[in-house]
Design a protein around this ligand. Structure first.
Ligand code: OFO
Length: 171
């Protein structure tokens, strides 16, 4: 694997771990607001992000490269409202989409076909990530902070199943 690709993939591991940390911080914010369903949704999202990081980790190892972890920056600790937090999630996911697209451009430029094939999964995943977060933002805008509406959305988000932490790819 070319050093440019290895460096960029390691940077993306950091982005995914930072996403995980940010969503865990949002979960803690929701716990503090007694919004257990929103906290559950964020904890599930946080685990998913670690799984994304691990997919990249495993790929680097499989290609004979070296995983080099970097510091994760401290996340924001509180938000003005559930809408503010989920807006933050949506904005963050748009940032991650750009990172993945930049990575794809690099892999294409370097003619690294294995990396473009691997990254295709992330391109598709980001469409889903943006769609699911923007849907929640739109619902929160619709209810305009009405307590009854917040309660209903919190209940709905509580049904998100908790994903398994996958430190190795499923066989
Ligand atoms: Fe890894 O998709 Fe969200 O950040």
């Amino acid at each position: 694997m070319k050093p440019t690709i290895q460096k960029a993939l390691n940077k993306q591991i950091n982005e995914e771990m930072e996403s995980s940390y940010l969503y865990l911080s949002m979960a803690a914010y929701f716990e503090d607001q007694n919004l257990a369903g929103m906290a559950q949704w964020m904890k599930a999202q946080s685990i998913e992000e670690v799984n994304h990081a691990m997919q990249l980790y495993t790929y680097i190892v499989d290609r004979g490269g070296k995983v080099e972890l970097q510091a994760i920056k401290a996340p924001q600790l509180s938000w003005k409202s559930p809408l503010d937090a989920f807006n933050g999630t949506y904005t963050h996911e748009k940032h991650i989409t750009k990172c993945i697209h930049d990575l794809m451009d690099l892999a294409t430029k370097e003619k690294d076909h294995a990396s473009t094939a691997m990254l295709q999964w992330f391109v598709t995943e980001q469409v889903e990530e943006e769609a699911s977060t923007s849907e929640i933002v739109e619902k929160l805008k619709l209810i305009d902070s009405a307590p009854g509406g917040i309660y209903m959305i919190d209940k709905e988000l509580a049904s998100r199943p908790m994903p398994q932490l996958q430190l190795a790819p499923a066989e």
